[in-house]
Write a protein that binds this ligand. Structure first.
Ligand SMILES: [Zn+2]
Ligand SMILES: [Zn+2]
Length: 428
C-alpha cells in the first residue's frame, strides 16, 4: 500500500507463480493484489498482469478458475436475479452481501496462505462490489450504502438464492385514544392463538381493532408495505382512554415498496378513518433508534380516575386519605398482568394526588405518578400486593370504574406544552 499506482512489474514474480498453479480468472488474479493502487478493478489488474506474463495471449482457453470456480463469470446473472426482486420497490441505496460455500472459504484460505501477497482483497468484498456495479448498471439507479441501505440483497452461493430485505420506515407521533375498549396493539385470540376460530369469527384477534391497526392501515396501504408495528411509550389499559396531548409512539412500516410518502395526505386519510376513536399528532420521520428510545423513556403520567367505594365516603376523610398516599408505593406485580410480567415488587413514586366526592360512594381523583405505577392497584390494593393503597388507608374497598391518561411527560419526547401540573384535568 505504498504507492498510489499499481506497479505490475514489482509483483510479477508472485503473479507468475500464481498463474502456474492452474487456471485462474482475471478477477482472482487481480484480487490477490487488490489493495494495491486505486481506480482499477481486480479484473483490470489481473488482465494487466497476465498480458505481462504471456504477451502473446496464448492462454485464452484456460478453463474454470480453480480459486472461485467461475464465480466472477456469474456476476451478471446474480445482478439480474437481484434486479428481478425489486422492479416495483422504491430505493435510493442498496447493499449486497454474500454467503460463500464452505468449499469457497477453504480454497480462498488456502490461496492466501500459499501466496501471501499481503494485499489480497477478500473474495467476498470483490464479489459484492462487482455484483453491485452490475446491478446499478442494470436497473439504472441506486448507490451502495454500507450503513443504512434501503434494500439489502444476500446472495447464497450454496443454495443459489438471492434474499431481499427492504429496510423499514419509522414514523414518530403521538396518539390520543378517545374511546374505551381498544387495545394499543393487536392481540391474538386467547382461544385459538391467532389461527382463527369460532370465538373470534375467524379473525384470529381478541379485539376487532387496535390503535396499531387503525394508525397503520393508511400508511401500510400508501407504502404498499407488508405490515406495521406500533411501539408505544408504555401502554394504557384497554378500558382506559388516552387523552391530553397523547402518547408518544414510533410506527415501524415493514418492507415498504414506496418510501416517498406524503405524510400530510396520509395523515388526512387517517384522520377521516379514525375520527372519534383515535387522533394522531406531531407525525414526523425518525429512525430505528427511536424505537428503543420511545420504549425506554421514563415518563411521568397524569391520570383521572372515577373510583367506586364499597360504602359511603366523606369528602374530608377522602382528602386526608389521598394526602397520606403521596410518596413511594410498593407494588408486587398485579395479578391481572402476572401471566406476562415477572413476579416482583416494584417501587414507584406517587407525586401528587387529589380528588373530590362525586356521589354517595363515588369520587373522582387526579394523580401524577412515575411511569410504571399501576393506578388500578394503587386504588384497590390488589389484595395487599400494593402498599399503601387507597382501599387500605380508607378501610373500605375501592375500585377504579373509569380511567383516563391525561398527560405523558417525557424529557426526550416533549409534547410542546407547559409541563406544569397545575392545569385543569379537562374531563367532565
Ligand atoms: Zn476466479
Ligand atoms: Zn380465535
Amino acid at each position: 500500500m505504498t504507492d498510489e499506482r499499481f506497479d505490475a512489474q514489482s509483483v510479477l514474480p508472485l503473479a507468475r507463480e500464481i498463474v502456474a498453479t492452474g487456471p485462474i480468472c482475471d478477477a482472482c488474479l487481480g484480487g490477490a493484489f487488490g489493495q494495491l493502487g486505486r481506480g482499477l478493478s481486480n479484473a483490470d489488474r489481473g488482465r494487466a498482469l497476465r498480458s505481462l506474463l504471456a504477451p502473446t495471449g496464448d492462454d485464452a482457453d484456460r478453463g474454470a478458475c480453480w480459486v472461485c470456480g467461475g464465480l466472477f463469470d456469474e456476476v451478471g446473472e446474480w445482478a439480474r436475479r437481484a434486479a428481478e426482486r425489486v422492479p416495483e420497490t422504491e430505493f435510493d441505496t442498496y447493499l449486497f452481501g454474500m454467503r460463500p460455500t464452505p468449499r469457497l472459504i477453504e480454497v480462498e484460505a488456502y490461496f492466501q496462505e500459499r501466496f501471501p501477497t499481503g494485499a489480497a482483497e477478500p473474495l467476498k468484498h470483490a464479489f459484492n462490489r462487482s455484483v453491485g456495479k452490475a446491478f446499478e448498471a442494470l436497473v439504472g439507479r441506486g448507490t451502495v450504502d454500507f450503513r443504512d441501505p434501503h434494500v439489502v440483497f444476500t446472495v447464497d452461493l450454496g443454495r443459489r438464492t438471492v434474499a431481499l430485505r427492504v429496510a423499514s420506515l419509522f414514523l414518530y407521533g403521538r396518539y390520543r385514544k378517545l374511546v374505551r375498549g381498544i387495545p394499543q396493539t393487536h392481540w391474538p385470540c386467547r382461544r385459538c392463538g391467532g389461527r382463527g376460530c369460532e370465538g373470534c369469527g375467524g379473525t384470529g384477534k381478541q379485539y376487532a381493532e387496535s390503535v396499531e391497526e387503525i394508525v397503520a392501515r393508511p400508511f401500510v396501504e400508501a407504502a404498499r408495505a407488508k405490515g406495521a408495528h406500533l411501539h408505544g411509550a408504555g401502554r394504557e389499559d384497554i378500558d382506559a382512554r388516552m387523552l391530553g396531548t397523547g402518547r408518544p409512539f414510533v410506527l415501524e412500516i415493514v418492507a415498504p415498496q414506496v418510501r416517498s410518502l406524503e405524510l400530510g395526505a396520509i395523515g388526512g386519510v387517517l384522520a377521516r378513518e379514525a375520527a372519534g376513536r383515535v387522533e394522531i399528532s406531531e407525525l414526523r420521520w425518525t429512525n430505528r433508534e427511536a424505537v428503543a428510545q420511545v420504549k425506554e423513556t421514563r415518563a411521568t403520567k397524569r391520570y383521572v380516575a372515577r373510583v367506586a367505594f364499597g360504602g359511603p365516603i366523606e369528602e374530608s376523610v377522602l382528602e386526608r386519605a389521598l394526602e397520606s398516599l403521596v410518596g413511594n408505593i410498593k407494588q408486587r406485580t398485579p395479578r391481572r398482568v402476572a401471566h406476562r410480567r415477572a413476579d416482583l415488587v416494584r417501587e414507584r413514586r406517587l407525586h401528587e394526588i387529589r380528588g373530590h366526592v362525586t356521589g354517595p360512594s363515588e369520587a373522582e381523583i387526579e394523580l401524577l405518578t412515575d411511569g410504571g405505577l399501576y393506578v388500578k392497584e394503587l386504588v384497590s390494593g390488589d389484595e395487599g400486593r400494593t402498599h399503601p393503597s387507597l382501599a387500605e388507608v380508607l378501610g373500605v374497598s375501592a375500585v377504579v370504574a373509569e380511567l383516563d391518561v391525561m398527560r405523558i411527560t417525557s424529557s426526550e419526547f416533549p409534547d410542546g406544552e407547559d409541563a406544569s401540573m397545575d392545569e385543569d384535568a379537562g374531563v367532565a
